[in-house]
Design a protein around this ligand. Structure first.
Ligand SMILES: Nc1ncnc2c1ncn2[C@@H]1O[C@H](COP(=O)(O)OP(=O)(O)OP(=O)(O)O)[C@@H](O)[C@H]1O
Ligand SMILES: [Mg+2]
Length: 112
């Protein structure tokens, strides 16, 4: 299983959710996030140093999926969340060791 975490523009959430639904993603966590990337949000020079004075609101989405669909999920998020402008976000991926559905005790792929 893979954890796919993506930071996306807020106005892209509905499109991404819809597209993920179509590739078989069963569940997703969405968190209101704030952050900045290399291009920064809004910066200000104070006494010769650059300070971060603004964090741009984003949505963080987290989906855990079977290995077999992870490439498709990554490609779907990349395409759906892309506007071609700065601030479109990032995708981070890592391996998941264990998943458990609390209600039933099912584990791993059966728990997703
Ligand atoms: N290295 C990082 N680690 C963790 N979160 C990051 C990182 N880079 C970006 N983010 C998150 O992703 C959001 C969007 O980043 P953003 O797309 O602006 O990255 P960028 O490197 O500035 O690229 P771009 O030039 O396309 O704007 C940030 O607001 C932040 O929440
Ligand atoms: Mg940026």
């Amino acid at each position: 299983m893979k954890m796919i975490m993506a930071i996306i523009q807020t106005h892209k959430l509905d499109d991404v959710r819809q597209a993920l639904n179509e590739v078989g993603v069963m569940g997703m966590t969405v968190t209101e996030a704030k952050g900045f990337g290399r291009t920064k949000g809004h910066t200000e020079i104070y006494r010769g140093a650059e300070y971060q004075i603004n964090y741009i609101p984003k949505f963080k989405i987290e989906v855990v999926v079977e290995d077999s669909i992870s490439d498709k999920v990554i490609e779907t998020i990349s395409e759906t969340a892309n506007t071609g402008k700065i601030g479109d976000g990032k995708i981070f991926v890592w391996d998941i060791e264990t998943a458990i559905r609390i209600r039933t005790g099912e584990q791993n792929e059966q728990a997703l």
